[in-house]
Design a protein around this ligand. Structure first.
Ligand SMILES: Cc1cc2nc3c(=O)[nH]c(=O)nc-3n(C[C@H](O)[C@H](O)[C@H](O)COP(=O)(O)OP(=O)(O)OC[C@H]3O[C@@H](n4cnc5c(N)ncnc54)[C@H](O)[C@@H]3O)c2cc1C
Length: 457
């Protein structure tokens, strides 16, 4: 048994009715980090996860530099480095007409220059270590952790000027189990339950605002394959291909350790709906690409699908909503509650990365919550400050990525861009820095910068 397949001992569940400073619903990367950061500030935390470790989560498994800086801060980096992982040194971009460019990433330089390279490793492994460390810090600081406990209800009460979230209730062993319902209360409840988080749903429901929006939700599908040709080693590129059948999404090949590649497809749900009748589910499209696409079928001819690895999921994008009824990208906090990561709809709409923003917002909750100031409950004003701070921090890059995502719908432009990048090294460098440095992302939208880099010989 591998080190990340052992059960994690999280101790006894707290008694029904127990009170905490912070309750965190969901033990994915966002929830584990929110629990860890809040525990490190001396808060008594309850971390609740509905699954039991080890548990899988469909993903591309790429952990970029933004994530790695938090992983390091929380002491998880050495745990990852002691297990097999793939060191990403570059990204290969392929366009619909077959042009390809390999963009090198700055090796190990995320510490030195604020530039970011990354790792790739199966989420079952990454999440295990995040949860283990989060649980350890929670328990060291007087809190509790429960696995296999599903939050079914988010408790709210009326107060002057509106409602306030006061805690959660749920059961061990799933909704239909005979186990007793237990309730817990806290000064603040953090929603980290992913794209369908009960806390984030409650926040928008109480404000009569929408939760899901197909224009901003993406479908994702992944499988693991062994021995895909061209991606054999433990260090090298990850590949992103903008092929006709998947535009405006992409087909990816991300190795996760020697000999194993995460292969998947992502596409906006609204675009998928438009394609109905033509091509079918993401799973069927992927099957066709692997078996019949002239550029890929050879590469898969000697490979093998890892049985049971076929899984679909949803990605809630952080693209700004048109006519948002309140906060961008969606109301993600209120009196008594904040949400983080996918629960706050923060996946990058161009790259599909969501782990970094989950970890970043997890840390932000520990800055905005103060147990002595907020002992009577996290107030509405502090919730608004959290949402404003969040959009100040992430709004720029999420908006830029939305523009890039929309550009990729224009097939000719993508073809031209990738072809030009393969001929002009400065474009490759720009793409590398664009991924690694948020400063360059901003510069990208300067017309002079674009003209100089793309058009001038
Ligand atoms: C196909 C695909 C490919 C992706 N590729 C990448 C990539 O390469 N890189 C990247 O950075 N991001 C990628 N993402 C996005 C990334 O997976 C998410 O952004 C990330 O998992 C968000 O972390 P989170 O902690 O917010 O939510 P999650 O990882 O979804 O964790 C939520 C947790 O909450 C638990 N939970 C849910 N409901 C309850 C409940 N009622 N009670 C108790 N617990 C509950 C769940 O069991 C889960 O453990 C991809 C996503 C998909 C679908």
């Amino acid at each position: 048994m591998e080190s990340w397949e052992h059960p994690i001992d999280t101790g006894e569940a707290p008694e029904d009715g127990s009170h905490f400073d912070v309750i965190v619903v969901g033990g994915g990367p966002g929830g584990s980090a929110a629990a860890a950061y809040n525990a490190l500030k001396g808060n008594k935390v309850l971390l609740i996860e509905k699954d039991v470790w080890p548990r899988d989560k469909p993903c591309g498994d790429a952990v970029g530099g933004k994530s790695l800086s938090h992983v390091e801060e929380l002491g998880v980096l050495p745990m990852i480095q002691a297990t097999p992982y793939y060191q990403v040194d570059s990204i290969v971009f392929g366009s619909a007409n077959g042009s390809q460019v390999r963009v090198m990433l700055p090796e190990e330089s995320y510490e030195a220059k604020g530039l970011m390279s990354g790792y790739a490793l199966p989420r079952v492994q990454f999440d295990y270590m995040m949860f283990k460390r989060g649980a350890e810090l929670v328990r060291e600081n007087g809190g509790s952790v429960i696995q296999g406990f599903s939050v079914n209800e988010v408790l709210a009460e009326e107060e002057e000027g509106g409602s306030k979230i006061i805690g959660v209730s749920g059961k061990s062993g799933g909704r239909r189990s005979d186990n007793p319902i237990l309730s817990f209360t806290a000064s603040v409840t953090i929603g980290a339950g992913g794209y369908n988080c009960p806390v984030s749903r409650k926040i928008v429901e109480l404000h009569d605002e929408p939760h899901k929006d197909n224009e901003h939700f993406c479908g994702g599908y992944r499988e693991y394959w062994e021995n895909v040709s061209g991606l054999e080693g433990g260090t090298g590129p990850i590949e992103i291909h903008f092929i006709d059948e998947v535009l405006p999404g992409y087909f990816w090949l991300f190795p996760v350790k020697e000999g194993v590649v995460n292969v998947g497809i992502g596409m906006l749900i609204s675009e998928q709906r438009k394609q109905k009748g033509m091509k079918k589910s993401l799973k069927q499209i992927q099957k066709w690409v692997i078996e019949e696409h002239p550029r890929f079928k050879e590469r898969f001819s000697g490979s093998r699908l890892v049985p049971g690895s076929e899984k679909g999921w949803q990605l809630p994008f952080g693209s700004p909503r048109k006519n948002a009824p309140s906060f961008q990208p969606r109301r993600g906090a209120m009196a008594g509650a904040m949400s983080v990561g996918d629960a706050a709809s923060l996946v990058d709409p161009f790259s599909g990365e969501g782990i970094g923003n989950a970890l970043l917002t997890a840390k932000m909750t520990s800055v905005h919550f103060d147990k002595s100031l907020h002992s009577d409950g996290f107030p509405e004003g502090a919730a608004a400050e959290y949402m404003e701070d969040l959009w100040n921090e992430l709004g720029g890059e999420l908006s830029n990525s939305t523009k890039l995502q929309r550009m990729m719908k224009m097939k000719r432009l993508t073809n031209w861009f990738v072809k030009r990048a393969s001929k002009k090294p400065e474009i490759g460098e720009m793409m590398s820095e664009m991924i690694a440095s948020k400063e360059t992302q901003r510069a990208l939208w300067s017309p002079w910068f674009l003209f100089k880099t793309l058009v001038l010989p």
